[in-house]
Design a protein around this ligand. Structure first.
Ligand code: UD1
Ligand code: MG
Length: 433
C-alpha cells in the first residue's frame, strides 16, 4: 500500500457556485460525500494523508471521521493566505513526494494517481487535459514535453485564452521543493490569492523539470456547481453499473437504474428499469422488477415488484413480493406476498401466503411491536395483524379479519361482522327506472 508518498487533499474552499449551506465537498454522489471518494482512493496509496479544511471545517471533519481513521485534518490560514497555494502551507509531510488532490474530484481513481509516481526527475508532475474548450480552467503552455507556464483564466491574455491544454488541478511535488518554495508565493493576481500554480514558474526559473501528465477528463472532473454534481454522478453510476454487468448482472435500460456505491449484487441477478438500490444492500440471485426500491437489505433467491419497496434491515430469502408491497425490518423466508401489503417488524416463515391488503399494525403511536408468523400460514385478504402478535404454524386467518390475539397451530381466526341483505332496497332508495 505505502508508495512512499504523502497526500494533501484540498477541501477548504467555500464552493459558492454550489449555492448551498452544505459545504461543497459534503454533497453526495452515489450515496457518499464527494470528499469520501478522494480520501478512500488516497488511503489506497498512502498512510500520510492531510485534508485541508476551512469553511465549516468541523462539519466536514465530523462527516469524514465516520468513515476514516488516521487522517490528518488541518486548518488553512485562510484569512492571511487564501487560495490553493495558501492551502498547502505549513504542512508536516512525511515522504519524499507529495500528491495534491482536490476534494471536489470524486471520480479520481487509484490507478490514475499511480501514474504520477512514475516520474523520478521532476520537481513537479502536473495533470493536464487536452480539451476542445478549456474555458473555466487554468491554461498550460507546454514546450518540448515540459511545462513552460500556467495562467489562470482570469489572468489570461487573448492568445492564452485560445489554448486548450488545461490544468486539471492535481500535482505531484518533490516535497523538498514544495517546502522550500511555498514562502516565495505572492498574491499579485486577479483573485488576490496564493496560487499553487505559481510554484510551476518558480520551478522553471530554477531550471527544474515540470512534467505534464495528460489525464482522462472523465476521471478528473471537478465539481463546482449542482450541474457538475449531477454530471459527475452519472459518470460514477455508469462505472458502478458497468462493473456489475461485466460480472454477469443483467440490467434493462441501465440509464434508468440507480445503485449506491456500497451495494453488492451477485449471481444471476436481473435489475429491470427504474430500480433503485440504496445503502448496504446485497442482492443475490434475485430479480428486481421495474420501479422497485431496496434500502439496506439483503435479497437472496427472491423476486420483487414491479413497484415493491424493501426498507432497511430486511432479509428476504426464497421470497416473492408483488406490486405495492412494502417490507420494513422484517425477515421473510420462503414467503409469498403478491399484492398491496405492509409487513413491518415481522418474522415470517416458509410456505406462508400473505393476502392482498394485509397490514401489520406495528406502531401504536409510541412504540413498535413485532409480528411473528410461522410456517404454512394462510392470511386472507384485507387482514390487520395488531402487534405484538404471534400466528403459529399451520393457521388460517379469514379474509377481512382484525387479529388482536395470538393464533395457535391448526386454528382458524375469523373476525367478521355478520352480513345481511335487504330486499329491493335499491329501488326504494333510487326509485324504479
Ligand atoms: C484550480 C487551478 C486551475 C485549474 C482548476 C482545475 C489554481 C490557482 N487554479 O482552479 O489552474 O484549472 O483548479 O479544477 O489552483 N481550495 C482550498 N483553499 C482555498 C481555495 C481552494 O482548499 O483557499 C480548494 C477547494 O476546496 C478545491 C480546490 O482547492 O477543492 C480547487 O479550488 P477551486 O477554487 O475550485 O480552484 P479553481 O478555480 O477551479
Ligand atoms: Mg476558484
Amino acid at each position: 500500500m505505502n508508495k512512499n508518498i504523502s497526500i494533501i487533499i484540498l477541501a477548504a474552499g467555500k464552493g459558492s457556485r454550489m449555492k448551498s449551506s452544505t459545504p461543497k465537498v459534503l454533497h453526495k454522489i452515489s450515496g457518499f460525500e464527494m470528499l469520501y471518494y478522494s480520501i478512500k482512493e488516497a488511503q489506497e496509496l498512502s498512510d500520510d494523508i492531510h485534508v485541508v479544511l476551512y469553511h465549516q471545517a468541523s462539519r466536514v471533519q465530523e462527516a469524514m471521521e465516520k468513515y476514516f481513521t488516521g487522517v490528518n485534518f488541518t486548518m488553512q490560514d485562510h484569512d492571511n493566505y487564501p487560495g490553493t497555494g495558501g492551502a498547502v502551507m505549513g504542512m508536516n509531510l512525511k515522504y519524499e513526494n507529495t500528491l495534491v488532490l482536490n476534494g471536489d474530484m470524486p471520480l479520481i481513481q487509484k490507478s490514475e494517481l499511480e501514474k504520477f509516481l512514475d516520474y523520478k526527475d521532476s520537481a513537479i508532475v502536473m495533470s493536464v487535459l487536452d480539451l476542445n474548450d478549456a474555458s473555466g480552467y487554468g491554461r498550460v503552455i507546454i514546450q518540448n514535453d515540459n511545462v513552460q507556464k500556467i495562467v489562470e483564466q482570469k489572468d489570461c491574455n487573448d492568445a492564452e485564452l485560445k489554448v486548450n491544454i488545461a490544468n486539471a488541478g492535481i500535482y505531484c511535488f518533490n516535497t523538498k521543493f514544495l517546502n522550500e518554495n511555498l514562502a516565495k508565493l505572492n498574491n499579485n493576481n486577479a483573485q488576490e490569492e496564493y496560487y499553487i500554480t505559481d510554484l510551476i514558474e518558480l520551478a522553471i526559473n530554477q531550471n527544474l523539470k515540470v512534467s505534464p501528465l495528460v489525464v482522462d477528463e472523465d476521471n478528473f472532473k471537478g465539481v463546482n456547481s449542482k450541474f457538475d454534481l449531477a454530471n459527475a454522478e452519472v459518470l460514477h453510476q455508469n462505472r458502478i453499473k458497468k462493473e456489475f454487468m461485466t460480472a454477469g448482472i443483467i440490467m434493462r435500460m441501465p440509464d434508468t437504474i440507480y445503485i449506491e456505491a456500497n451495494v453488492k449484487i451477485e449471481g444471476e441477478s436481473i435489475l429491470e428499469n427504474n430500480v433503485t438500490l440504496l445503502g448496504n444492500t446485497t442482492i443475490i440471485n434475485s430479480h428486481i422488477k421495474t420501479s422497485s426500491v431496496v434500502e439496506d437489505s439483503i435479497l437472496d433467491n427472491s423476486d420483487i415488484g414491479p413497484m415493491a419497496r424493501v426498507r432497511p434491515a430486511s432479509v428476504l430469502k426464497d421470497t416473492h413480493l408483488g406490486n405495492f408491497v412494502e417490507v420494513k425490518k422484517s425477515n421473510l423466508n420462503g414467503v409469498k406476498a403478491g399484492h398491496l401489503a405492509y409487513l413491518g417488524d415481522s418474522t415470517i416463515d416458509t410456505g406462508t401466503n400473505i393476502g392482498a391488503g394485509t397490514i401489520t399494525c406495528n406502531y401504536d403511536g409510541v412504540s413498535k411491536y413485532k409480528t411473528i408468523i410461522g410456517k404454512n400460514v394462510f392470511i386472507g385478504s384485507d387482514s390487520q395483524l395488531i402487534a405484538p402478535i404471534t400466528l403459529e404454524d399451520d393457521t388460517i386467518i379469514a379474509a377481512g379479519s382484525t387479529v388482536s390475539s395470538d393464533v395457535k397451530s391448526g386454528e382458524l381466526f375469523i373476525s367478521r361482522a355478520k352480513g345481511r341483505t335487504i330486499k329491493d332496497f335499491f329501488y326504494k332508495f333510487f326509485g324504479k327506472k
